[in-house]
Design a protein around this ligand. Structure first.
Ligand code: FMN
Length: 176
């Protein structure tokens, strides 16, 4: 896929994965490379990524996510990228009310999704997970700040859903 707008239309949250088709390490590394190229406030890059693509560990991660009460679909997802917020060292005098790191994480996550889509993979961003259980599963220190988990794999069904979105004139004020 070469056109950015096609890529944007192709990406959707996948909640039905083919459990028998695992992404390759190379594909996942490409995703992380794209995430690392995301912009961030003062180029602080306040992120780290734990990639889990393992027949034993992935189901354990899925169970930690499901323990939140939702996201049962992760049962069939072969791989996950756990997205962590790291301390941001900002130069100058940043706006005290702005939480730049969370914005930076969001942009990096978009890069992950588009890099996966470009490679024929499907994703679902998940903000609901049992953080304590996930820390335990991955052996992470309590102060590791897990922000999001990305499900990654091949969709069991290629059919895209129609997009349900606000119209451009609802979300845009155009001055000019
Ligand atoms: C920060 C964030 C958290 C989300 N958390 C979940 C989640 O826990 N479970 C889930 O199934 N989808 C989750 N989603 C996916 C949204 O529901 C989805 O992006 C939205 O409905 C638009 O649909 P689309 O991604 O298919 O275009 C999350 C999305 C974002 C950006």
């Amino acid at each position: 896929m070469s056109d950015f707008f096609d890529l944007v239309k192709q990406r959707e949250s996948c909640r039905n994965y083919n459990p028998d088709k695992r992404p390759t390490k190379e594909q996942l590394v490409n995703c992380i490379e794209a995430a690392g190229l995301a912009p961030s406030a003062c180029n602080s890059q306040p992120w780290s990524f734990i990639v889990v693509n393992d027949p034993q560990k992935s189901p354990e991660v899925a169970h930690s996510i499901q323990a939140s009460g939702i996201n049962q679909f992760t049962e069939k997802c072969p791989a996950f990228i756990v997205i962590c917020e790291e301390p941001a060292y900002l130069i100058g005098r940043p706006e005290p009310n702005q939480k730049y790191a969370q914005m930076d994480i969001g942009i990096a996550t978009a890069h992950l999704c588009f890099a996966a889509t470009q490679q024929g993979l499907s994703t679902c961003i998940m903000g609901a997970f049992d953080s304590e259980k996930l820390h335990e599963t991955l052996g992470l220190p309590a102060d590791k700040n897990i922000r999001l988990v990305l499900a990654v794999g091949y969709a069991a069904n290629d059919q895209l859903r129609p997009k349900r979105r606000k119209a451009v004139d609802e979300i845009m004020t155009y001055i000019g």
